[in-house]
Ligand binder design. Structure first.
Ligand code: GRF
Length: 218
């Protein structure tokens, strides 16, 4: 499966995808890594891996929709069948992304539907939550609101602060995203009738990441 990755930042999730592919666990071809930030670490990682890159500056477009249209046009031109948002920090225009619904996933650092948007670690701590986590979901026009495919859960420990929590969660994210992408790449996970389907059955609850990989929730 031909995959494009959109990322705004350091790209540790992209690195995890590249490593999973190197280990032979991810039957995909990365055809493009695109960013809204020319300085994104993700672009440097892609260059080092020999993957075509694209940096588009939002400021050189009249509005959000114009930027998104160009981004999606160029992404389609790369031959990508699937888009992975791996730390892509822009809200996408609903109309522009519509043709990609079912073919675009995002990783979000919270146990959705809790804490859509920013500052998820801080919000989990402030709420006194005992558990935190990350979710991979299909992207729809609703911000961080598309159907959740899988989650990684972890306990919040005494003494955790925002940075420590974010750091610990990242190692879970780095297992979660490749595992979900592998399900899509092998076509076990599909988008049917506006909802996720796994092995031909509607996915009624998010899968959970365990020691052995993704499992159905108990
Ligand atoms: C991750 O925490 C991801 O969940 C969020 O942005 C962060 C990206 O980190 N959407 P990286 O650029 O992949 O290191």
């Amino acid at each position: 499966m031909r995959v494009a990755v959109l990322a705004s930042g350091r790209g540790s999730n992209l690195a995890a995808l590249l490593e999973a592919r190197s280990r032979g666990e991810l039957p995909v071809e990365f055809v493009l890594v695109a960013s809204d930030k020319a300085t994104a670490g993700a672009l440097r990682l892609a260059e080092a891996a020999g993957i075509p890159t694209l940096a588009l500056a939002p400021r050189s477009y009249p509005d959000r929709r114009a930027f998104d249209r160009d981004l999606f046009t160029r992404t389609a031109d790369s031959g990508a069948e699937l888009l992975v948002l791996a730390g892509f920090m822009r809200i996408l225009d609903g109309e522009t992304l519509a043709p990609w619904v079912g073919r675009m996933i995002n990783i979000h650092p919270s146990l959705l539907p809790k804490y859509r948007g920013l500052h998820t670690h801080r919000r989990a701590l402030e709420a006194g939550d005992r558990e935190h986590g990350a979710s991979v979901h299909f992207v729809t026009a609703e911000l961080d609101g598309g159907p959740v495919i899988a989650q990684a859960r972890m306990a919040i420990q005494p003494g955790d602060d925002e940075d420590r929590l974010a750091q610990r969660l990242l190692s879970h994210e780095h297992r979660l995203l490749p595992a979900v992408l592998a399900l899509l790449a092998t076509r076990r996970l599909q988008w049917q009738n506006q909802a996720p389907q796994l092995d031909g059955q509607a996915l009624t609850a998010p899968l959970v990441l365990g020691e052995q990989g993704l499992q159905h929730a108990e």
